[in-house]
Design a protein around this ligand. Sequence first.
Ligand SMILES: Cc1ncc(COP(=O)(O)O)c(C=O)c1O
Length: 384
Amino acid sequence: MSDEHTHQNFETRAIHAGNTADPLTGAVVPPIYQVSTYKQDGVGGLRGGYEYSRSANPTRTALEENLAALEGGRRGLAFASGLAAEDCLLRALLAPGDHVVIPDDAYGGTFRLFAKVVSRWGVDWSVADTSDPAAVRAALTDRTKAIWVETPSNPLLGITDIAALADVSRTAGVKLVVDNTFASPYLQQPLALGADVVVHSLTKYMGGHSDVVGGALVTADEALGEELAYHQNAMGAVAGPFDSWIVLRGIKTLAVRMDRHCANAERVAEMLTQHPKVTQVLYPGLPEHPGHEVAAKQMRGFGGMVSFRVAGGEEAAVAVCDRAKLFTLGESLGGVESLIEHPGRMTHASVAGSALEVPGDLVRLSVGIENVDDLLADLRQALA
Ligand SMILES: Cc1ncc(COP(=O)(O)O)c(C=O)c1O
């Protein structure tokens, strides 16, 4: 992050970091530089340091500077999707024979990347309950290069103590990677807690309006940032100028959106705990959640995601999803509109039969920023 922004509060950085007025016109919003190449003033004479938009593009640079400032990191990198960011990170960090510890609860696509893609290149992985630092320590081998954490996790809303795992990873000399998609940097700052790299699906809260797919990596360290930038260019799955611009636009309202997501989700979770058709509510804001104290320590709020289990099993859970009206039935999360889904048959179908398999009676909500009374009424009718 540039020194100019280090003293600023989060909401100010979200609006100003990377968003300098256009030097040519004074436009207060960075333009969409929809361009692939740049005129050189003589061979090698680059005007603004730009030569080809896979390597760098001014609109993407604006987003990357903003991301680094929001996560308190040295380097931000924007990709075509969250999985493209993860793929780049794994190939930069790992070589055949290396081993990674992955969580027993994670986004199904992340698990699929490890289990079906990266493993084919000779990278080994094992699953651990990352909410238990001793279990992670026990899963380390002399070939382990990284510990991967998702907190809160998708879809079970498990909480991992980032500072505790940073101790484990530092002692073992391995990298700690935190997927910060569910929390966003407004609620949680993994690098300040000792993580080496933060991963984002920008598709979710950062974009915030269900209108773009994107991903990001932010590093604590300049050297690792350089290494990842090299791989970003060499592998090529960069964020395009328009996608970068629309994420940058979404981020400006991240703080106010997250406050409302959190407030609405707390009310929804509270209502569900009282409902006779709900057997369990998974939300880190509830005092009975096993990760509540850790979440209260490392997060500013408990987030907008709520999962719950429905009495009557899988078919009953599917029926609730089908009956919801205001909650749109669909994958993804983090947009202003509320979404409902059945992880077992939708987002997490790829983990069926694995250690990450999710219960069939589970429903996941992405609680939006609509009026909460309307949201509660819709859930009550869907559960009736
Ligand atoms: C926690 C988490 N990480 C990563 C991803 C992958 O991101 P993308 O869909 O942008 O590739 C997702 C997508 O749902 C996710 O929920």
